[in-house]
Design a protein around this ligand. Structure first.
Ligand SMILES: [Zn+2]
Length: 217
């Protein structure tokens, strides 16, 4: 990244009327350089967001037209305006995640702003036992032929979308917000492990070989 301030500092070392003019024009140039650097960063950021958004839309076949933040600063994309209960449940899930991560001496990715969370349309709202269970349908992939396979797809409570930035998706809930906090914490476990304990991450990432949540105790 360009450091435009160096130019201004150099100009300050000499005084005089002419130099004041020079300082002003150098300041303008500095400001221009700074603005260009800022817009380039913003553009790279929005490109990364676009890529992530495309990936989320490809997997869920939903359109995430709402962009919002939780009160603690986690980024949220949603198909519909999320309720405050949803947003608070997300913050609670992340708080639970961060506290269990700290207990395990993990330090990385423990900020709310490290997380981008997608709230998708629920592809079902009841599980096989008729319990309230808003889930998303996703391609079976490694779960094909397993007990989870519903014929080419599986129902999942949540799914990791990306590791940089940390992103995952789960379904919209209208009640049982404790389940939202649990899903957030559980999907977050994979991401925290990826960044802090790659070995344990590798052992626990694929549930088709058994094992579930919580992983961190
Ligand atoms: Zn999992």
């Amino acid at each position: 990244m360009i450091k435009p301030r160096g130019i201004t500092i150099a100009a300050h070392s000499s005084g005089g009327f002419m130099n004041n003019k020079l300082i002003v024009s150098l300041r303008i140039i500095s400001l221009l350089i700074f603005s260009i650097a800022f817009f380039q960063t913003a553009e790279a950021q929005s490109r990364a967001d676009r890529t992530l958004l495309n990936e989320a839309e490809r997997i869920t076949e939903d359109v995430f037209s709402i962009a919002i933040q939780t009160s603690k600063g986690a980024r949220v994309y949603a198909v519909r305006q999320p309720s405050s209960k949803m947003l608070n449940a997300i913050d609670q899930g992340l708080a639970d995640l961060f506290s269990i991560a700290q207990k395990n001496n993990y330090r990385k990715r423990l900020n709310y702003s490290d997380y981008t969370i997608f709230i998708a349309r629920a592809d079902r709202t009841q599980d096989g036992s008729k319990n309230y269970s808003p889930d998303i349908a996703i391609g079976a992939a490694q779960y094909a032929g397993s007990v989870y396979d519903q014929g080419g797809f599986i129902y999942a409570a949540g799914m990791v979308l990306a590791y940089n930035p940390c992103a995952f998706v789960f379904a919209e809930h209208t009640r049982d917000f404790q389940r939202v906090s649990d899903v957030v914490r559980f999907e977050g476990e994979h991401l925290v492990l990826y960044h802090n304990d790659r070995k344990l991450y590798g052992k626990t990432a694929d549930h088709s070989k058994g094992g579930g949540h919580p992983i961190l105790k």
